[in-house]
Design a protein around this ligand. Structure first.
Ligand code: HEM
Length: 405
């Protein structure tokens, strides 16, 4: 069916997405940007797709709040999921947000991240050895998802033999953030918060009894707080540890998976990167822009505001479409084209403003080491089956990518 751009924009409803949209949302995003950049949805919220509109909202935390209590109360009721999502820093405003962010940024300092590099290289090389031994591999399970889980496991110093459930917990909790969820997704997310909390309580108890090296171990750092200064409450500590794992896991898995799939579909860019490995830094930025692993952000207006000529009342829900803004021709030349050398590339994959991703330096390092070393080892890799999408609108990535190395 050849649907016109006007129809795509008119009929867009975040609560009624089609399989075609999940496979490729970009024609819809383009149609919205061109015809209804401040789209009023049937549920009363607005959906923004222009780069400049997103930047304006992200930077103005006074008019656009991240506090999700009003949004999540009807969605989650009085549940563990509600407690979790409303306690994590990303869904709070100052001053709660500022306190927690300062502690987390202290734990993710450039020095702490630089110190992770040798372990990260060793981990990636071990995984690559495993792939070489198999030949036919599953890129997500065997490679992309294994990296961030181990990195965050190291960050919190979770014992190796206790890491197995982390990935499923994280997928379940983030799955419940999709715009529309059924009872099963809710129950899975809620049970995951319950089990994850129970596990972390024992981990924190053990760490309090035997502190680790606070230069390397974020959990010890968060327990100890700032010298003579801020500390997290017990509840904040547990929920923000869960958030750290969740924030850094699926997003980074998707960066690695999306990057390798995008290259396999763009042989010219793939060869360009293999021939010029120093382009890895700009290539990572381009993968983040071209197939942003986190496609949506949300805010709520605190006062009556105007965006792009549209007036909104206080208390209006606004969705920020990063995936659309990152292909806005007003900001990016030839935006539908993958260009691994693109400069400048001021994409919004990590958002911007006071909530800008606290782990972006780590995500960039993981992405660069994983993709550069994979390409150096397996320059002739090829997909040998259809990749399976995660079927989510917020987190864009693959569940599985069959591949021959
Ligand atoms: C490719 C990988 C990643 C992407 C695309 C990504 C994207 C984002 C985005 C868009 C936000 C802003 C959310 C909002 O305010 O609406 C965010 C926040 C955050 N991210 Fe990431 N992220 C990634 C990896 C990581 C990693 C590896 C960590 C840490 C280990 C991390 C930790 C955080 C934290 C703590 C916040 C909350 C910051 C705040 O509210 O002040 N992220 N991320």
């Amino acid at each position: 069916m050849n649907t016109s751009a006007r129809d795509l924009a008119d009929n867009f409803d975040i609560e009624k997405l089609t399989p075609e949209f999940y496979a490729n949302p970009y024609p819809t995003y383009r149609a919205l940007r061109e015809h209804e950049p401040v789209k009023h949805l049937p549920n009363g919220s607005y959906f923004l797709t222009r780069y400049d509109d997103l930047v304006g909202v992200y930077k103005n935390t006074k008019l656009f709040s991240s506090d999700k209590k009003k949004e999540f109360a009807p969605k989650y009721g009085d549940s563990m999921l509600y407690e979790h999502h409303t306690t994590s820093l990303v869904f709070n405003d100052p001053p709660a947000h500022t306190r927690v962010r300062r502690l987390i940024m202290g734990a993710l300092s450039p020095r702490a991240i630089a110190e992770m590099e040798p372990d990260l290289i060793a981990l990636v090389d071990r995984l690559l050895d495993g792939l070489a031994g198999k030949g036919d591999v599953e890129l997500i399970e065997d490679f992309a998802s294994a990296i961030p889980i181990q990195v965050i496991g190291n960050l919190l110093d979770v014992p190796m033999d206790e890491r197995e459930p982390l990935r499923d917990w994280s997928l379940a909790i983030l799955g419940a953030l999709e715009p529309v969820i059924g009872p099963e997704v809710f129950a899975r997310g809620n049970n995951a918060v319950r089990d994850f909390l129970a596990y972390l309580e024992t981990l924190v108890e053990r760490r309090r009894a035997k502190p680790g090296n606070s230069e390397r171990d974020v959990l010890t750092k968060l327990i100890q707080g700032e010298d003579g200064g801020e500390r997290l409450t017990a509840k904040e500590l547990l929920h923000n540890c869960i958030f750290l794992l969740n924030a850094g896991h699926e997003t980074t898995t998707n960066l690695i998976g999306n990057g390798l799939v995008a290259l396999s579909g763009n042989p010219v860019e793939k060869k360009r990167l293999i021939d010029n490995p120093t382009l890895i830094k700009t290539a990572i930025e381009e993968f983040l822009r071209y197939e942003s692993s986190n496609q949506l952000g949300n805010r709520i207006t605190t006062e009556e505001v105007e965006i792009g000529g549209v007036q909104m009342l206080a208390g209006t829900f606004v969705t920020l479409c990063i995936g659309a803004a990152n292909r806005d021709p007003a900001q990016f030349a030839d935006p539908e084209h993958l260009d691994i050398g693109r400069t400048p590339n001021r994409h919004l994959a990590f958002a911007t403003g006071p909530h800008q991703c606290a782990g972006m330096a780590l995500a960039r390092l993981e992405g660069a080491i994983a993709i550069a070393r994979f390409l150096a080892r397996f320059p002739g890799y090829e997909l040998n089956g259809a990749p399976v999408r995660g079927g989510r609108v917020r987190f864009r990535g693959f569940l599985s990518v069959p591949c021959k190395v």
